[in-house]
Design a protein. Structure first.
Ligand SMILES: [Mn+2]
Length: 333
């Protein structure tokens, strides 16, 4: 059977090897699914060659729990398998779903003088030290892996691997909910995975948010006690703390959905802690004429007309007042 060039290049680098490091900078569902899927293939392939198999999974931090991981637990679950890198001496390093090699290194990916293979659907940046297999058109890294491995002779994609691949696809395209859904290619992949036995019902259930009530509670509490509004200046401001997130049992993104509920305001600002520093994120409402980038500049930050941010040592009360002052200034000059 005619095999594509990427498959040939990939197989040339893994042939005869038995120790693999599979790394990813962000252990989300697609990255975890890609690690599991590839590990399952390499396990099959080394057995076929009659050699032993060793594989170490790497990510800078454990993945955030997500019910979709359970749907592919039959072939492994990165939640339980990614840990600190034990002394391990790989013969090949494979980096998945990474985008920018420098970011991977910044996150502590160990450097080994062995062949590297990058497999991704994000645009690569210069500097990757090896073979890059990138398909910008693919909806997830699990799809790139599917193209790479599906026609490899004798390899049979099991229902468990197909379920894992579909979980990556569903999570990365926002449950088919974003603009990528216009691409028929996504449905073709989904159909291919289903034809190989992917358990779609299980995935549909797992992809429903498990914390709907916590999110509603969080939004309610923000509305009640963390939201300040100045109607005259057309300005909405909300804030939350790491303690809030813990007591509400939600993550930062759940609170930031407030942005989309406040779109009738000219300027919307969220104040919260990110990576250990206080941080303000600004958005204009749907009919706003204000450049939020200009406001962020007033705090030493920056950004664009429609998205801006700055980090700060100021308290939320001070920021609220200072932004109001900036919004008022055009009238006083
Ligand atoms: Mn991805």
């Amino acid at each position: 059977m005619e095999r594509n060039k990427a498959t040939l290049d990939f197989m040339r680098l893994v042939e005869g090897r038995q120790k693999f490091l599979l790394g990813t900078p962000d252990a989300d569902v697609d990255a975890g699914a890609s690690q599991m899927k590839l590990r399952s293939f390499l396990n099959w392939y080394t057995k076929l060659q009659g050699i032993s198999f060793q594989c170490c999974l790497w990510a800078p931090e454990p993945p955030r729990p997500n019910a979709l991981f359970d749907t592919f637990s039959a072939i492994g679950n990165p939640l339980t398998e990614i840990g600190p890198l034990i002394p391990f001496d790989p013969e090949v390093c494979i980096v998945l779903d990474y985008g920018d090699w420098n970011r991977v290194k910044e996150k502590g990916f160990p450097e080994f003088a062995v062949p590297h293979i990058g497999i991704d659907h994000h645009p690569g940046k210069p500097g990757f030290p090896g073979l890059e297999i990138i398909d910008l058109d693919a909806a997830s890294t699990t799809c790139v892996l599917f193209d790479l491995l599906e026609d490899y002779r004798g390899y049979h994609i099991s229902a468990d691997v197909a379920t894992c691949a579909l979980a990556g696809l569903v999570a990365d395209t926002g449950r088919f909910g974003n603009k990528l859904m216009k691409k028929p290619k996504i449905y073709r992949y989904a159909a291919s995975f289903e034809a190989r036995g992917a358990r779609t019902a299980e995935i549909s259930i797992a992809s429903l948010p498990h914390n709907t009530l916590s999110r509603l509670d969080a939004l309610h509490l923000i509305r009640e006690s963390r939201l300040q509004i100045d109607r005259e200046l057309d300005f909405a401001f909300f804030w939350f703390t790491p303690d809030d997130l813990r007591s509400w049992d939600v993550v930062e993104e759940d609170c930031l959905t407030m942005f989309s509920y406040l779109m009738d305001f000219g300027v919307i600002t969220a104040y919260y802690m990110k990576d250990g520093a206080w941080y303000c994120s600004l958005r204009p409402g749907r009919n706003s004429k204000v450049s939020v980038g200009t406001i962020a500049t007033g705090f030493g930050g920056g950004g664009h007309t429609d998205m801006a941010a700055f980090s700060t040592n100021l308290q939320h009360e001070e920021i609220f007042l200072k932004i109001k002052k900036i919004l008022r200034e055009p009238e006083t000059t």
